[in-house]
Write a protein that binds this ligand. Structure first.
Ligand code: ZN
Ligand code: CU
Length: 484
């Protein structure tokens, strides 16, 4: 027996991603795979790491990101690898960087400007061109890609305030088919946004038809996360049934004071439908959301923080009330002067956030916005906050459950074969951390800070983060799904 490994992790507390109780052991890695797990005290490693009882877990999978452009423009992916993330699901909320068969208008139509407000990165006519660029210049993390319905609308329609014609729907359907054939794992929608709100349920179904045949997944930022959330859930389930696709309810939450507490009702409905069709959901561990700045969203929030402004960049990181006061104008006028801009909105209930996080099938997704000047702290802090604040401190769940929600469960839902679990033969994506200190450092005041307690992060057998620093290695791959 050959007992030399490329990388040998000694004396680990192994949390394997399945939800099983941790067990002591060593992990031997050869090439990009886990070659052995168990008592390897007599083996040697070209490189060795002694964990002294700290945790080895599968690398975290960020179920909900907007990292489409960051993978290319900031390939070290520091906000992600520093918190233990080894795979990101991109293209959420209806916005993906590709394909854009027709030039994206300038200024870039919001919310597409969350990916690139200048527009120069919208340069991939076909989805396959984007996949090829990612393969030619890999990032530090793996990625799995969704194609966005809003991007398709911008790329095929001359006006977005109406339903797509049959011909436009056929064009979008062909683009979806092409994207799924070129490496996309599914389609996302952002029916909540001005750019897609005019799309009917039938439009979405017609555009998403190829999902069934390709085994793709449907992810949605639903039309309404406030008073009409139940209608939106039912719309989502119907789209899943008619396209024969699993659905993912993105960043499940209840917005607005009148809806506080209603997660008992929505989770009961989700659980019921889970018995009838494939339903998944993700959540970020905060009571504030973040997206583009708008007057209606500000009106329903108890506090608004500006995350970026193209017109007045100096106000990023400040409270909207303070900005308006300094300008000597009301908030509506301040919003006009800041536009285009982004914001953090406080408008959720802590009780709902905890109930949704605790719900067994809930996956963790950051929804981080990587290009904001003063981003929501979820970009750097979501995963360690679940492990530390919600797991260890508040005791919402054992650490094994928290890890499962960010690894094994997510890999299974998105069909990422041999990822998200620690076992012989699986890919060597690992996060090594200290269970006593793991936690987020990012706050609303200081949102850009590497997490506490993350020792080492390994992607495809290669160390990308060690002792508080990136190594510069970029072993990330484009992951395609296994047809269910
Ligand atoms: Zn969203
Ligand atoms: Cu999102």
């Amino acid at each position: 027996m050959n007992d030399t490994f490329d990388l040998l992790i000694r004396r680990a507390s192994i949390i394997d991603g399945t939800g099983a109780t941790r067990r002591p052991g060593d992990i031997g890695i050869r090439g990009d795979r886990i070659a052995a797990i168990g008592d390897l005290s007599h083996a040697r490693g070209v490189q060795e790491i002694d964990l002294g009882g700290r945790v080895a877990a599968p690398g975290f999978i960020d179920a909900h990101t907007h990292d489409d452009r960051a993978l290319l423009s900031s390939p070290d992916m520091t906000p992600k690898v520093s918190q233990g993330i080894t795979t990101v699901i991109t293209g959420n909320c209806g916005i993906s960087l590709a394909p854009t068969p027709r030039a994206v208008p300038r200024p870039v139509t919001p919310p597409l400007n969350l990916l690139d407000d200048e527009g120069g990165w919208f340069r991939f006519e076909r989805f396959g061109d984007y996949v090829q660029a990612l393969r030619e210049q890999p990032a530090a993390t793996n990625c799995a890609l969704l194609v966005g319905h809003t991007t398709l609308r911008v790329g095929t329609m001359d006006a977005l305030d109406r339903v797509a014609t049959d011909d436009e729907q056929a064009q979008m359907r062909a683009l979806v088919d092409d994207a799924l054939s070129s490496g996309a794992i599914g389609v996302s929608t952002g029916l909540f946004y001005e750019t897609a709100v005019a799309a009917t349920t039938e439009e979405v179904i017609e555009v998403c038809r190829p999902l069934g045949e390709h085994g793709g997944i449907y992810c949605t930022h639903m039309r309404d996360e406030a008073d009409r959330i139940v209608d939106s859930l039912e719309e989502t389930f119907r789209i899943g049934r008619e396209t024969h696709a699993p659905v993912v309810i993105s960043h499940h939450k209840l917005v607005g004071q009148g809806n506080y507490g209603r997660s008992s009702e929505t989770l009961a409905l989700i659980e019921k439908r889970m018995g009838e069709q494939r339903v998944c959901l993700d959540c970020y561990p905060y009571t504030a959301g973040s997206t583009i700045l708008s007057a209606d969203r500000a009106a329903t929030s108890s506090r608004v923080l500006v995350t970026w402004s193209k017109a007045l960049p100096q106000h990023a990181g400040r409270d909207l009330v303070d900005i308006a006061r300094d300008m000597g104008v009301d908030e509506a006028e301040a919003i006009k002067r800041l536009d285009p801009a982004g914001a953090i909105y406080f408008r959720m209930d802590e009780g709902d956030v905890q109930r949704i996080l605790r719900f067994g099938p809930t996956m963790i997704g950051s929804d981080g916005l990587p290009h904001d000047t003063a981003p929501h702290p979820r970009l750097w802090g979501a995963f360690p906050r679940v492990l530390g604040h919600y797991g260890r401190v508040l005791g919402l769940f054992p650490m094994e459950t928290a890890v499962h929600k960010m690894t094994g469960l997510t890999a299974q839902n998105f069909g990422l074969r041999d990822r998200g679990v620690l076992r012989e033969g699986a890919y060597a994506d690992l996060t090594l951390f200290d269970p006593d200190t793991v936690g987020e450092a990012a706050t609303y005041e200081h949102p850009m800070a590497p997490a506490h307690g993350i020792d080492t992060v390994i992607v495809n057998g290669v160390v990308v983060w060690r002792n508080g620093q990136g190594t510069g290695a970029r072993p990330g791959r484009v992951l395609t799904h296994e047809a269910a």
